[in-house]
Every structure is written in C-alpha cells, then in structure tokens.
Write a protein that binds this ligand. Structure first.
Ligand code: ADP
Length: 402
C-alpha cells in the first residue's frame, strides 16, 4: 500500500485539497486536486487528476446543510472509494499563523490547537477557518496524524531588527512584531531557484507573490531577510480587497471621526479596500485589465498596485544591499504580463530590462541584458505542505525509534 496524504487549505466557505502519494525517499507526487466551495449554502465539489482533467463533480442544494464537516467526511469517503492500493497516512494543513511558538511544522495535539487558537486575534479572517478542519478531523478521525504548516515560519530567519516595530517594549513582549506571511510560497520558490539559475539560489532575490493576497520577500541565499507583510496579513502591498500599509492614524480617524466600530473598520480594511476599493469595480486583475482603457478608477487601481510594488521592491533591494534576481509568482505574477512589464519598467534604475517577447510568452526568464534577471516561477504551496507534513511525521517516527 502506498501511503498518501491529504493537504488542506480551508477558507470561510471553501476547502481546497490535494492528495499526494508519498513514495519512499522520493518527492511527494500529486495524484488528485480539488475544491469544495459554497460550504454552508449550495455546495459544490470538483476533483481533477494531477494533469487537470476533470474526474468527478457533485453539487448539493442549499437546504442540505453541507458545511466543512460534511465536506471533510465526504472527501475521506471519496478517497476510500478511489484510493485502490493506497492508505491515508496523514493530513497536512495550511495554517496562516504559527506565532512565536512555531518556527517549523508541528504534529497537532490538543496543546498545539490551544496555542494556535490564541493566535486568532492576529489573523482573524484566516486562522479560525484554518483550525476548523483540524478540530473536525480530531473529533471524527481520532488517531489520524495531522500536521500544521505555517505561513509565518519561513520568516523566522529574519533579524530581530527586521521584525521589530518602533513600539514600547511591553508591546514587543506581547508578540506585537512583524511575522510575515506567504511563507509556504516563498519556501517553494526558494527550493526551486537553483533549477532556474544556481546564481539565484546563492544571490539576492526579491520574490513578488502577487495573488489575491500579495507580498514581497527578500531572499538572501534562499533565506528570508525581510518581507512586506507584518503583524497581520494587512500590511505591505495593496491586495485584492486588503489595503496594504496605511498610516495607523487612518484607523483612529475611522474609529473616532467616522464612528466605525472596530469590526466595521476591520471589514473595510480587509474586504473593501485594495484593488476593489480603489477601482470600485473588482478585486480581479483580469476584470481591471479588461476595463482599464475606459475606466479611470480601474486604471488608477492598477497604477497604485504597480507603484507600491516598485517602491517596496526598492526598500527590499536596500535591505539586501543589491539585487541579482526578481521572481514573479501567484495568480497575477504568473499570468499578468502587463503587471510584470509595468513593474520592471519602474525598476530600470536597478538595471532590469524587460524581454518583451519572453514576458508575453510567460517566461520563465523575462529579462534581457546583463542586469539582474527577472523570472516567472509558478508557486506550489501545497507541495511544500506535503513535504513538511512528511518531514514532521518522519521526525516523530525517528524520535520514537531512537
Ligand atoms: P489567492 O491568493 O486567492 O490564491 P491567486 O494566486 O489565485 O489568489 O491570484 C488571484 C489573482 O490572480 C486575481 O486577481 C486574478 O485576477 C489574477 N489572475 C489569474 N489569472 C489571471 C490572468 N490570466 N491574467 C491576469 N490576472 C490573472
């Protein structure tokens, strides 16, 4: 029997999953990937082969009360029906916040859940949804090994100064500091740099993870030394619906002068800002690009996004003391040639030159000339979770055996 593991990435009304074979000593191998969406309403399940061909699809009517628990139980029974020759060995979870306690993936027990629960106020829109399936599996499949893999952990290599706010010491002691996110994505990019150009793996690289959430990370020899997200996943670049960095005084203005409650202010900053807020049209870059020629607000949203990216790259180049490579990844970074071209145009001062044809073709190398190289590298957070889950299980087994 080949051991397999499920990788879960749970949101408020969706659960993305991937199933990996774990052959002895080799890289985990993707078998199936899929999605439950509309949970709690009219739910829909779709699963595909690793190559992308549809394998199965089911819809539930909105009255059927099909939520996260039903989805997970359905997934396990679907696997049993299709897993011929395979045995479910573990479940790996994406968990946005590991706080100061976890600098590496961890095998979940009740104490771990408690520690992760205490971090909900630091990532109120993500952490509760990430923890929900962990609790469900613990209740419904007791004994199933579960590993939590964190978006924050990759950044623990940063210096104390890079992680610090200029706030009173008591606040730092309470854990108010820069954690950084998208670490699973940066971990993957760091792991494949050598396949694109060994000099990148040994050099100074800025990675631009531009999806619905967006951030930048400065990698020095593959290790995170600075990033744009901070205490929460709100900081740094403007995103699909999140504001990115704003003067903290704006929040006081919202509370005091606009009389918003903390919850209302939070909703504005997380869900009504960013590309959506500026354009008044959409958080989807494809929609903004399609309308940018005629809609000045759509154009403005893109211009602000690109402006902030180029400025923040400048800041990370300073932190790195120079630049050898720039990597674009995630939904916009991998697919939107126009955003890549506009960012690179803003970085001419750093010696970057666009190879227009290569950029239109999607890379992988999209720069020309002798300056720093620019690349398009598709990310794979799920593979990192699979690797980390296997690593954490292996470490526990090794400990038991010794
Ligand atoms: P998430 O953070 O939810 O994982 P993704 O990495 O999937 O997000 O990125 C979503 C973003 O990628 C959206 O803004 C979407 O418009 C953009 N995107 C996806 N495909 C394209 C494309 N072909 N051209 C431009 N933008 C795209």
């Amino acid at each position: 029997m080949i051991p397999v593991l499920i990788v879960l990435n749970a949101g408020s009304s969706s659960v993305k999953f991937q199933v990996f074979d774990m052959p002895d000593g080799a890289e985990p191998r993707l078998v199936w990937k899929g999605l439950y969406e509309g949970l709690g309403g009219a739910a829909h399940f779709v699963v595909k082969h690793a190559g992308g061909a549809n394998l199965d699809e089911i819809s539930w009517a909105s009255g059927e009360d099909f939520g996260h628990e039903e989805a997970l139980m359905h997934l396990v029974s679907w696997l049993r029906q299709h897993q011929e020759g395979r045995r479910l060995a573990a479940i790996g979870h994406r968990v946005v916040h590991g706080g100061e306690a976890f600098s590496a993936p961890v095998l979940v027990d009740d104490g771990v859940i408690q520690t992760l629960d205490a971090l909900v106020p630091l990532a109120p829109l993500h952490q509760p949804h990430n923890l929900e399936p962990i609790r469900i599996v613990r209740r419904r499949l007791p004994g199933m090994p579960q590993v939590a893999c964190f978006d924050t952990a990759f950044h623990q290599t940063q210096s104390g100064i890079a992680r610090m706010f200029a706030l009173p010491r008591e606040m730092r002691e309470r854990g108010v500091k820069r954690y950084g996110f998208h670490g699973l994505s940066y971990d993957y990019i760091s792991s494949v740099l050598k396949d694109y150009d060994p000099r990148l793996a040994e050099g100074r690289v800025v990675v631009a993870h531009l999806g619905n959430g967006a951030s930048l990370c400065a990698l020095d020899k593959g290790v995170s030394i600075a990033t744009t997200m901070g205490f929460s996943a709100l900081d740094g670049l403007p995103m699909g619906t999140r504001c990115g960095a704003v003067d903290a005084g704006v929040v006081f203005y919202m509370l005091r002068e606009m009389k918003l409650s903390p919850e209302e202010a939070e909703r504005v900053l997380y869900t009504k800002s960013g590309l959506l807020g500026v354009s008044g049209l959409s958080n989807d870059m494809r929609v903004l690009r399609a309308n940018a020629a005629t809609d000045t607000d759509a154009r403005r949203a893109i211009d602000l996004f690109v402006y902030r990216i180029t400025r923040e790259i400048g800041s990370l180049v300073a932190a790195l003391g120079g630049l050898d490579g720039l990597v674009f990844t995630a939904g916009i970074g991998e697919n939107d040639a126009a955003t890549r071209a506009e960012v690179i145009a803003g970085l001419a001062w750093a010696g970057l030159t666009l190879d227009e044809a290569a950029n239109r073709a999607g890379g992988p190398r999209i720069s020309a000339g002798p300056g720093p190289a620019a690349w398009v590298v598709p990310t794979n957070e799920e593979l990192v979770i699979a690797r980390q889950t296997r690593g954490a299980l292996g470490a526990v087994q090794a400990k038991l055996a010794s």
